[in-house]
Design a protein around this ligand. Structure first.
Ligand code: HEM
Length: 259
């Protein structure tokens, strides 16, 4: 193992994760108004309506697959009776489905940014860098899944990449596990580390602001406008002075009221 291996598989992960955490705290403290998706839906919505759900559903599937493949040790799945072959088939089916959705979604979103002039003009330098790195992460991941695991002989990343990944979080890094990993997976992991380091400074911060409260908030209550006579009576009671002086008095807001 060389110094470069230690830098890539021990130093870089901790630098990336530190920038990720400290960067988020900094961004939250100095730029809460900029903490947004910077959506361009108002500029173009047809391509977005198709590309965005495909991309997001695919990414959510890929995240679930990563959680299963990287965080759950192989010994655990074997202990509950899932053989290597069964795991491989399941991972491949889910991984390929996720890959198709992510790639189609990403291509649509990228084309939309390039082809639509209005969307293109709102794309700043950070967006461009983000799209570049995101495309790299996804391309290497998909090429690894399809090239090595579907069409190639298969690669058991649960013995190397997954153990290395968990070791970083246990503060017990094992860079030697990554040295002989196929290049495409090495590039996938390295570009993912770059993505983690950029994350707090990009529109990706919106990931932490998913409006989950929508799922359990009370219904929006619509009330009919009260009849005009009742409203005038209420205005006279609440603002009698205005009524006497002939001023404008109290007017309830127009349109449906809601809480
Ligand atoms: C250091 C962090 C990461 C590691 C160690 C890692 C590892 C892997 C591995 C081993 C595979 C192959 C899975 C298989 O063939 O069954 C894979 C696939 C993939 N990865 Fe990652 N990954 C990381 C981060 C990410 C991130 C941040 C994204 C998205 C932005 C991503 C997107 C994908 C996609 C789209 C695939 C192909 C579809 C799939 O198999 O789920 N990965 N990754």
């Amino acid at each position: 193992m060389t110094t470069v291996d230690v830098v890539l598989w021990t130093v870089l992960p901790y630098v990336a994760l530190t920038v990720f955490v400290v960067g988020h705290v900094w961004r939250w403290r100095v730029d809460q108004f900029g903490w947004t998706t910077r959506t361009t839906q108002v500029l173009e919505s047809r391509w977005l309506r198709l590309g965005s759900p495909l991309f997001h559903i695919g990414i959510l599937m890929a995240i679930a697959g990563h959680a299963m493949g990287l965080l759950v040790p192989k010994t655990w799945t074997e202990a509950v009776g899932v053989s290597e072959h069964t795991y491989h088939v399941m991972a491949l089916a889910g991984g390929v489905a996720a890959a198709v959705l992510v790639v189609v979604g990403l291509v649509l979103l990228l084309l939309r940014r390039v082809v639509n002039g209005r969307v293109r003009r709102t794309t700043n330098r950070m967006d461009k860098a983000l799209y570049l790195v995101l495309t790299a992460v996804i391309t290497f991941g998909v090429v690894g899944t399809v090239g090595r695991n579907l069409l190639g002989g298969g690669y058991d990343y649960r013995e190397t990449i997954a153990v290395w990944f968990r070791g970083v979080f246990w503060f017990h890094p094992r860079p030697e596990l990554m040295v002989d990993v196929p290049l495409v997976f090495q590039l996938h992991a390295l570009s993912a580390l770059v993505l983690f380091a950029m994350w707090p400074f990009t529109r990706l911060v919106h990931v932490w602001s998913v409006p989950l409260a929508y799922l359990c908030r009370p219904y929006v209550v619509y009330r009919r406008r009260r009849p005009r006579t009742a409203r005038l009576g209420a205005a006279a009671v609440s603002a009698p002075a205005a009524g006497v002086s002939g001023g404008r008095g109290h007017r309830p807001p127009r349109g449906p009221s809601f809480r």
